[in-house]
Design a protein around this ligand. Sequence first.
Ligand code: HXC
Length: 265
Amino acid sequence: MNESMSDLIQLNRLDSGVVELVINRPEALNALNIAVLLGLKTALEKLASDQTVRVIVLRGAGEKAFAAGADIREMQTMGRSDAAQFSRLGHSVCLLLESMPKVTVAAVQGFALGGGTELALACDFILASEKAQFGLPEVGLGVIPGFGGTIRLARAVGLTRAKELVFSGERFGSAEAAQLGLIRKVLPQDGFFDEVRKQAAKIARNSLPAVWAAKGLMNEFEESSGVYPKVDAEIHRFSSLFGTPDQKEGMGAFSEKRAAKFVGL
Ligand code: HXC
C-alpha cells in the first residue's frame, strides 16, 4: 500500500512488515531540505511505534540518487544559528534511524553524497547497487559534514581512511565501499530493489524481541563512545563555518555552476 506522508516523503508498505520510506524529490536528486528532513522525522516517529512495522528501508525516488546531500541552495543563505538548527534537525533524523526499535536499511543506488551518505551511515546497514556513489564532499563547499558523518564514517572504515575521504571530499563507488567495509557486497543494478525487499523480508521473519535485543545491545556501546556525545561539538563546528568567505564562495559556486575559488582563513 502506498501512502503519501507529504509530497516529499512516501511510504510503501510491503507484506511481511517491511516499509519503504522514500525521499521523493528526484528533480533535485532528493536533496535534503528542511521540509524533507521534517517529513522524515515525522514519518520515523510514527513508524517507531507502529507494531506492524519490522524493517524500514530508506531510499530515494528515481534512479539517479539516494540523496545528493543537504540542499545547498537552501543552506547558502543560512546564518550560524539557522545552520546549527538545520544540523540538529538532521542529527535527530539520523539518531532516530540509528536507535529506533526497528531495523533500518539504506538502499542506495546512484548518488549518496554529503548528507546522503550521512543518512545511509546512520541506518543499521547499507545495501548498495553497482551504481551507488558515496562521498562526503562538504569541504569543497567550505563546510564539514553536519549529520554525524565524520564520526560514523570513521566508525565504519577506520579513522585514517575516513580522514582521507573527508579531507579530499572524493566520491567512491560501491566496489570501493565494499573494500572499505561500508557495505558487505555490491548488488546488481537490475532488480536491485527486488533484492533489497527480499533481504529486508528475511530479517522481518526473524524473532523480533531477539533482533531488538541485539540492536539495543550493539547501540549501547555507541551511547558512550559513538556519535551521541559528539553531536553538540559537530553542530558547533559545522555552524561556525557559516558566514565565512569560504562557505559563501563554496555554496555560491555550486549555485552558479562553477568551480569554487577559496580564499582561506
Ligand atoms: C541542492 C542539488 C543538490 C544539492 C543536486 N541538486 N544536488 N540542489 N542541493 N545537494 C540539483 C542541481 O542543482 C540540479 O538542479 C539538479 O539537482 C540535478 O543535478 P545536476 O547537478 O544537474 O546533476 P549532475 O550533473 O548529474 O550532477 C550530479 C551531482 C551534482 C554530482 C550529484 O548535482 C552535485 O555535485 N551535487 C551536490 C553534491 C554535494 O556537494 N553534496 C553535499 C551537500 S552538503 P537544477 O535546478 O540545476 O536542475 C551536505 C552537508 C550535510 O550534504 C550536513 C548539513 C548539516
